[in-house]
Design a protein around this ligand. Structure first.
Ligand code: SF4
Length: 414
């Protein structure tokens, strides 16, 4: 592997090109390697340990292999399809939009390579209206990307969910549907479908050029390579950074220009994520290290909460937002999430009804695992995490006070 260009050194891999145009891209990374046979790229992906960057962290090579095994049109519903997912519905994530703006050619390379590897006849790149012009301009610059069909998806929390993307491509609403349906064997129009986040495909483009060994030169055994993160909250505007795998949450916050001095907690993994208390910000951003908190790196989203801000109020606001995002297709989700958000709002608002925490837990148990998609599970994860991490706040609220207000008054916060 490799070529005339030198592999990027340091953590700035995906953003190594000084500009987003094709000339700059080719000068930095070289052309799309046309050598590696499908099996060779799969081997490199497996050796690299690359996990999906859309949130589920599924091993990239497994997804490729699963969709590729359906290439025989006689065995499954026709020729395979590859979809690059740049929908990024999570409001606290900006990494996919940033990547598509700054390095669209890496994503296109990854999409082309994925198509070749699994023998796909159709290639789609889906993203929001804001990112479309950048991708369209990049596609127009090259002669090898004419097969890519660009599609717009609405900016909504659930529009990036895999089955919602497929539904949208089929002309339906960008809403989730049956999670038991396997895209690898029955995706778009019933055909084997490989759907990857755009960052995953950009990483594939780098691994195809420079190899698994190069990819693993940074990061840890569990979190090899680099990943994009979006840090926001407190006074920090959404900031995207490429960080080395296994960095601690505190180090990532500082790398994004934030301070950990006055933080009370960090929401890890976005609105479907879980809270990490301030005293544990030295936790590495890995699935293994975050598991005790019920958190995961997800799509690399960190939301900062000042110690002078009430974690219950912040969580109630997010739960209310999430409840409103329900596609209202499943009863437990449509009815249970608004009710759970309402009870959390009461607790956050100062109600002294001591039955509220138990009621939240009861509602969470009722909706968990009961949706056609993971929206109820993600929402209950956030809400239950709030009850655990902000347990002192819960007690204070039930006693008629608020610890965050007290801290703010005492001037603990900057
Ligand atoms: S679980 Fe909720 S968001 Fe998911 S499909 Fe059902 S109603 Fe829609």
């Amino acid at each position: 592997m490799g070529g005339e260009v030198r592999p990027p050194r340091g953590a700035g891999r995906l953003f190594a090109a000084p500009a987003s145009d094709l000339t700059s891209h080719l000068a930095t990374f070289g052309p799309v390697p046309d050598g590696p046979a499908a099996s060779h790229l799969l081997d490199e992906l497996q050796a690299s340990g690359l996990q999906g960057r859309g949130g589920a962290a599924f091993p990239a090579w497994r997804k490729f292999a699963a969709a590729g095994s359906g290439r025989d049109p006689r065995s499954r519903g026709g020729a395979a399809v590859v979809v690059a997912n740049g929908a990024e519905g999570e409001p606290r994530s900006a990494k996919d939009a940033t990547l598509l703006r700054a390095a669209p050619h890496l994503v296109i390379d990854g999409l082309l390579l994925a198509g070749r590897t699994i023998g796909a006849r159709e290639l789609y790149l889906v993203t929001t209206a804001a990112s479309l012009p950048y991708v369209a301009r990049a596609i127009a610059e090259r002669t090898d990307a004419t097969a890519i069909r660009l599609r717009e998806v609405p900016e909504a929390f659930l529009s990036g969910e895999a089955s919602a993307v497929i539904s949208s491509l089929e002309g339906g609403p960008a809403l989730p549907r049956d999670k038991s349906r396997r895209l690898s064997s029955s995706g778009l129009a019933g055909r084997p479908t490989l759907l990857n986040n755009v960052e995953t495909l950009a990483q594939v483009a780098l691994i195809a050029r420079f190899g698994a060994e190069w990819f693993r030169r940074l990061g840890t055994e569990e979190e090899p390579g680099t990943r994009l993160v979006t840090v926001s909250g407190s006074d920090l505007a959404p900031t995207v950074r490429e960080v080395v795998g296994g960095m601690t949450v505190a180090a990532i916050v500082r790398a994004a220009g934030g301070s950990t001095d006055t933080l009370g907690a960090v929401l890890v993994g976005g609105y479907h994520g879980a809270w990490l208390p301030a005293e544990r910000l030295d936790t590495p951003l890995t699935g293994h290290d975050l598991a005790p908190f019920g958190a995961a790196p997800g799509a690399g989203i960190l939301v900062l909460l000042e110690s002078a801000s009430c974690g219950l109020k912040a969580s109630a606001a997010i739960a209310g937002y999430l409840a409103a995002q329900s596609a209202r297709q499943c009863g437990p989700c449509a009815n249970g999430l608004p009710r759970m958000a309402e009870v959390l709002e009461k607790l956050a608002g100062g109600s002294r009804d001591t039955a509220l925490p138990a009621e939240i837990r009861r509602l969470a148990a009722l909706v968990t695992g009961r949706g056609s998609c993971h929206h109820p599970d993600g929402t209950t994860r956030l809400v239950l995490s709030a009850l655990t991490v902000f347990s002192a706040e819960v007690k204070a609220h039930l006693a008629g006070g608020c610890l965050a207000d007290r801290r703010a008054r005492a001037g603990v916060a900057a």
